[in-house]
Design a protein around this ligand. Structure first.
Ligand code: ADP
Ligand code: F6P
Length: 332
């Protein structure tokens, strides 16, 4: 039994917080929700789960969550709170309505799990007097202020599993495979999964490429005995199908294209994502108990940090191109 007195909130007076998931779902979001509820209850708070992101907020879709509400979800992908996109919340009227609804339900603070778009909504609420904390929940890893976003590691491992499977048939038929991966405008999934999966070539938006140069490298590989080539294409570069057709037309090789799509968004979160999400969720509660607002939790190395939301929204995600260069060297 938790001793309420010992664990009463340090921020005297705060009694009820809300949590929602927004934007593209990501494996690990449930682990973060679980951590917020368990840590919040531990500190004597009530935690209200808001369903379907900001759209659900405006429809007052909310339930009080207790310790049992988040049982058996740490291992599940997706989000038990559902998610949605909501154009109305991009308007001042929608944001005002959301703040009024939160106050009507005595929700004094809100934790938002999502990407930069969701953070803009959180910032708007903070300007309307609702303390807000953001957690980076997206497989794209494209949020500044953190080395990793919740869901990225799981998505990378999903892609690696796919590459390993494709490699078997590519070798058997001595074919060239183009694999298109998600990431919106970021190349992180393609770069990390490409290095780990041993892809012969990786195309990312952050590094302009010359298809002729790619073909020169692939031909050199074939000449030294490679029995297949796997080219990973980040969706921000273009359509894998079109790139595959170009390669086939230029080389006369048998080329097949696999677009991994939304399977990268599902699956049981890895240990890394479960731990990242649990730590970040717990920290979000601590920040609110300290009375903080308009902050976003991130990780640098193994250390959790909190950064002003304005700073995050004014920054740009930087990819570590030294990893990209290494992948290029190790795949010769
Ligand atoms: P992500 O959070 O993954 O970037 P989106 O960009 O789709 O996903 O944003 C998710 C939701 O956040 C949107 O449906 C909208 O409700 C809200 N949102 C996005 N941009 C803004 C904005 N500029 N102001 C207020 N709310 C926003
Ligand atoms: O932001 C996550 C993400 O999976 C991107 O990688 C992808 O481009 C986008 O969402 C797909 O959006 P939707 O699920 O709305 O098709």
């Amino acid at each position: 039994m938790v001793d309420k007195e010992k664990n009463s909130p340090t921020n005297a007076g705060m009694k009820r917080i809300g949590i929602l998931t927004s934007g593209g779902d990501a494996p690990g979001m449930n682990a973060a929700v679980r951590a917020v509820v368990r840590k919040g209850v531990y500190h004597g708070l009530e935690v209200v789960g808001i369903k379907h992101g900001y759209a659900g907020l405006l429809r007052e879709e909310m339930d009080l969550l207790d310790l049992g509400s988040v049982a058996d979800i740490i291992q599940r992908g997706g989000t038990k709170l559902f998610t949605a996109r909501c154009e109305e919340f991009k308007t001042p009227e929608g944001q005002q309505k959301g703040a009024e609804i939160l106050r009507k339900h005595d929700i004094e603070a809100l934790i938002v799990i999502g990407g930069d778009g969701s953070y803009r909504g959180a910032r708007a609420l903070s300007h309307l007097g609702i303390n807000t904390i953001g957690l980076p929940g997206t497989i794209d890893n494209d949020i500044p202020g953190t080395d990793y976003t919740i869901g990225f590691d799981t998505a990378v491992n999903t892609v690696i599993e796919a590459i390993d499977k494709i490699r078997d048939t590519a070798t058997s038929h001595e074919r060239t495979y183009v694999v298109e991966v998600m990431g919106r405008n970021a190349g992180d999934i393609a770069m990390i999964a490409g290095l780990a999966g041993g892809a012969e070539s990786i195309l990312i938006p952050e590094s302009p490429f010359d298809l002729d140069q790619v073909l020169v490298k692939l031909r050199k590989g074939v000449e030294r005995g490679k029995r297949h080539s796997i080219i990973l294409v980040a969706e921000g570069v273009g359509h894998g199908m079109e790139i595959g057709e170009k390669i086939a037309a230029e080389t006369g090789w048998e080329v097949r294209v696999t677009v991994l799509g939304h399977l990268q968004r599902g699956g049981s979160p890895t240990a890394f994502d479960r731990i990242l999400a649990s730590r970040m969720g717990a920290m979000a509660v601590d920040l609110l108990l300290e009375g903080q607002t308009s902050k976003v939790v991130g990780i640098r190395g193994t250390k959790l940090i909190a950064t002003d939301i304005d700073e995050i929204l004014e920054s740009k995600h930087e990819i570590d191109l030294s990893i990209y260069e290494l992948a290029g060297i190790l795949s010769i």
